[in-house]
Design a protein around this ligand. Structure first.
Ligand code: ZN
Length: 411
């Protein structure tokens, strides 16, 4: 897999990425210097002109993973996944509990009311959701500093809710694999919550299924369609849903899907704020299947970015590293809670050098005097290596967005 080297000009603005070979020659001849290891970035020491090819960034913002890919007409220049934090809500609950117990220890506390943040700040979102909105913005800024992006495209929803006017009465040739068929399919998936209407199984291939079979005069209208797994579909055969023992399904199918899911609102908000292009899941899916790509966030982002047959590059895995732990915690012996006021010299995810080799700090112990080291690039479990911090030199603090390579198996 190709690994592009990102290039900045004299003033620190991004230029087109180059090859590792060319970058090595530039660095060896002192015409450029390395300013970042992951993603590998060099800064030129001389003034250059700027070639301006079109670079499109595609963002597939999922609930727990964000896929990203930037492509030109000739190649993919960056790709990968960002893992979103799943611990926001849990950490806040924990903080709340500690705070509650602490305050309950007081005899008297002034009455306070009308002090809920949600009522005081319009447009306030719960922190776990705010995080899902902030992260794509942060990631986009990160890439704008790395690549001369010309446009950004975000997938906002599975289907166009307002373009599908009166979706329940639109009839479709849903078997033919055309674009409209894909849209109806996404609509039905949303409506039936991605599970078989008869047995309720999820995570299996679902087939579009007329509630009254066509052979018995059933129609193709969306209000008469549901989703079923292959087994239930076979078992049902040419019976109607009522004959099959599910009289409530016809009623449920006639009602239309109303509220757009919350994440769609968040993404639409994002598009408006950044002023970037938007696309829909059914288009992505249609194009991805046409190109014969497997289902993954990176591949979706690649398709959103206008990727077709360009050579791909190695995918990054981006994690967000929390450097501070501000919640009050009971100490190890279970005595009174205390905030860790003093920071240790080294913390997990910091990049360090030990005996000339690069390592990542995996853990800190003995009051910060010793660290456990792990391998730099792969992040795989290797033989644990414990070292005193006296023998280890800091290279870079591991805060903020933390890049590593995505292992191929999860791709
Ligand atoms: Zn089923």
């Amino acid at each position: 897999m190709r690994v592009p080297v990102y290039v900045l000009n004299l003033r620190g603005q991004p230029l087109m990425p180059t090859t590792p070979c060319k970058a090595r020659k530039l660095v060896k001849s002192n015409q450029a210097q390395v300013i970042r290891r992951l993603p590998f970035t060099i800064q030129l020491g001389y003034a250059t002109g700027e070639a301006k090819p079109k670079i499109k960034l595609g963002i597939d913002a999922g609930y727990s993973v964000i896929g990203f890919s930037a492509t030109t007409e000739k190649q993919e220049v960056i790709a990968g996944e960002v893992e979103l934090r799943q611990d926001v809500s849990r950490n806040l609950t924990q903080r709340r509990q500690y705070r509650r117990t602490r305050r309950n220890r007081l005899w008297y506390r002034k009455p306070r009311f009308n002090n809920r943040v949600a009522t005081q700040k319009p447009g306030w979102l719960p922190p776990s959701i705010q995080h899902k909105l902030d992260t794509p913005k942060r990631v986009i800024t990160e890439f704008q500093n790395l690549l001369p992006l010309t446009s950004i495209h975000i997938e906002v929803a599975a289907f166009e809710a307002h373009q599908l006017k009166k979706p329940e009465i639109s009839g479709v040739e849903y078997h033919q694999g055309e674009l409209q068929g894909y849209e109806i399919r996404e609509y039905l998936l949303e409506k039936w919550q991605r599970k078989c209407a008869y047995c309720g199984k999820t995570g299996i291939p679902l087939e579009i299924e007329p509630i009254v079979p066509k052979s018995r005069g059933g129609s193709n209208r969306v209000a008469h369609l549901t989703l079923a797994c292959r087994r239930c579909n076979r078992k049902k055969g040419d019976q109607t849903a009522t004959e099959f023992g599910f009289p409530e399904i016809a009623k449920k199918a006639a009602a239309s899907l109303k509220a757009a899911p919350f994440m769609n609102l968040v993404r639409t908000h994002l598009v408006e704020e950044l002023g970037c292009g938007k696309t829909y899941g059914y288009i992505t899916k249609h194009d991805r299947i046409k190109l014969g790509l497997a289902k993954s966030h990176v591949n979706d982002a690649y398709v959103i970015a206008g990727g077709t047959t360009q050579p791909r590059c190695r995918s990054f895995l981006v994690k967000q590293v929390r450097r501070n732990n501000r919640s009050i915690q009971t100490n190890r012996k279970g005595f009174k809670p205390s905030i860790r006021r003093q920071r240790y010299p080294l913390h997990p995810q910091d990049l360090v050098r030990y005996e000339g080799e690069l390592y990542v700090v995996k853990g800190v112990f003995n009051y910060g005097k010793w660290v456990r080291l792990g391998e730099f690039t792969s992040g795989e479990k290797t033989q644990p290596l414990n070292q005193s911090i006296k023998n280890v030199n800091l290279v870079k603090y591991g805060k903020g967005l933390h890049f590593s390579y995505l292992t191929e198996s999860t791709d």
